[in-house]
Design a protein around this ligand. Structure first.
Ligand SMILES: Nc1ncnc2c1ncn2[C@@H]1O[C@H](COP(=O)(O)OP(=O)(O)O)[C@@H](O)[C@H]1O
Ligand SMILES: [Mg+2]
Length: 204
C-alpha cells in the first residue's frame, strides 16, 4: 500500500501509514522472538563436540553489519571444546554481542572481549562476553533476564526484552548458568555463562 500509492497520498496519510508499518514490523519481531523463546524447550537437537569458536564465528558473521556500523573492536581469546548444541550457543553469542553493540557508549570506541575464565570449581567452564558499554546498576543485574524486562537507561534503543530470557533458557537447558556483572552506570558489563566441559575422553 505504502509503495504503490505513496505519490497519491498527502503527508498526513503517509505519516499514519508509517506508524502502521512500524507497528506491524515491531509486532512481527515480537512474535518471532516469542516463537524462538517457546521453541527452545520443545526442540532438542543433538549435542556435538565443537570448539566454541565455531558458534562464535557464526554469530559474528550474522552480526557483521552491526559490528562494522559500530566500528567495534572484537577480541577473541582462546576458547575450549564443549559438548553443546552449536546453533543454540551461536544464538546466545549473537544476543550477547548484539546487546554489547547496541548498549555501547557514544563517546568511546566499542570494545568487546570474548574468552573463558578459570573453572568454577565444579568442573564447569565459564565463558564471558565483556563490553565497555553503558553498564548496569547492581540492583538490576538479575532483573534483565526476565522476559520483556528492559532498563530505563536503554529504552531509547530498539528491542523487546526477549533476548536475555532466550539466552537464559538455552544455557540452562545445556546444563549451565548465566549471569551479568557490572559496577553500574558507565562501567561496562560482563556476561558470563557456564557450560559443561567436553567429557569426550570418558567415552569408550
Ligand atoms: N551489554 C549490555 N549493557 C548494558 N545493558 C544491557 C546489556 N545487555 C542487556 N542490557 C539490558 O538488559 C535489557 C534486556 O536485554 P534483552 O533481553 O537482550 O532485550 P533487548 O535487547 O531487546 O532490550 C536491555 O534492554 C538492557 O536494559
Ligand atoms: Mg537484546
Amino acid at each position: 500500500l505504502e509503495l504503490k500509492h505513496s505519490h497519491r497520498l498527502n503527508d498526513e496519510a503517509k505519516e499514519y501509514i508509517e506508524y502502521i508499518v512500524t507497528g506491524a514490523k515491531r509486532m512481527q519481531n515480537l512474535i518471532r522472538g516469542l516463537l524462538e523463546y517457546s521453541r527452545i524447550s520443545s526442540v532438542s537437537k543433538d549435542r556435538k563436540s565443537v570448539n566454541l569458536k565455531e558458534p562464535l564465528y557464526n554469530a559474528l558473521y550474522n552480526l557483521n553489519l552491526s559490528v562494522s556500523e559500530a566500528k567495534a573492536e572484537i577480541i577473541v581469546k582462546d576458547l575450549p571444546d564443549v559438548n553443546v548444541e552449536p546453533d543454540q550457543i551461536a544464538h546466545v553469542f549473537q544476543n550477547l554481542i548484539g546487546n554489547a553493540l547496541k548498549f555501547r557508549k557514544e563517546n568511546e570506541r566499542c570494545k568487546i572481549e570474548i574468552g573463558t575464565d578459570h573453572d568454577a570449581g565444579d568442573g564447569n567452564r565459564i565463558v564471558f562476553v565483556k563490553d565497555n558499554g553503558i553498564g548496569i546498576e547492581p540492583d538490576d543485574l538479575d532483573k534483565i533476564f526476565v522476559i520483556f524486562k528492559r532498563l530505563s537507561a536503554s529504552t531509547n534503543k530498539p528491542g523487546d526484552g526477549i533476548g536475555l530470557a532466550i539466552c537464559k533458557r538455552i544455557i540452562e537447558k545445556q546444563g549451565g548458568r548465566i549471569w551479568a556483572e557490572s559496577n553500574g552506570k558507565g562501567s561496562g558489563t560482563v556476561f558470563k555463562f557456564s557450560l559443561p566441559d567436553d567429557y569426550k575422553d570418558e567415552v569408550i
